[in-house]
Design a protein around this ligand. Structure first.
Ligand code: DQA
Length: 147
């Protein structure tokens, strides 16, 4: 079982970006946490980050045939991107939408997600701990071991 963990715009700044909202852990810390969780679960993980919408569309397309599911923190594109939503619908792989912060406790424009209706599920508000949680959660959607 192979899971893609894809992060969108500004998530490369994790750890230094508004730490009161997003915490002190960096994206590389997140990667370490996910690799440890993946080892414990007996699955493999790949990581991708881009600040570009089209690059995220491409990586979703490329996941067909190479991965069994995707964990996607699309950052601000969550709230705007019909292209990402269509990509998720088009590839037919389970996608867990993830947010570090509780977007519903924040500005109104963060309360809408273009991708939630086509996601297998959503995890948000648990800080970076949401990433390993999402790894467990997605396995339940692809018939893996942990749920
Ligand atoms: C985010 C929430 C989004 O609203 C924001 O634009 C981000 C990060 C989160 O992980 O909490 O860039 O997806």
């Amino acid at each position: 079982t192979s899971i893609l963990i894809a992060n969108g715009p500004n998530l490369n700044l994790l750890g230094t970006r508004e730490p009161s909202i997003y915490g002190a852990e960096t994206l590389s810390d997140v990667e370490d946490m996910c690799r440890a969780e993946a080892d414990a679960l007996g699955v493999s993980v790949s990581f991708f980050q881009s600040n570009h919408e089209g690059a995220l569309v491409d990586v979703l397309h490329d996941a067909r045939g190479t991965h069994d599911g995707i964990i996607l923190n699309a950052g601000a594109y969550t709230h705007t991107s019909i292209a990402l939503r269509d990509a998720i619908s088009g590839i037919g792989l389970p996608v867990v939408e993830l947010h570090v912060s509780n977007v519903h406790a924040r500005e109104d424009f963060r309360h809408t997600s273009m991708i939630a209706p086509v996601a297998a599920g959503v995890i948000l508000g648990f800080g970076v701990q949401g990433y390993p949680l999402a790894l467990r959660a997605i396995l339940g959607k692809i018939g893996g071991r942990a749920a």
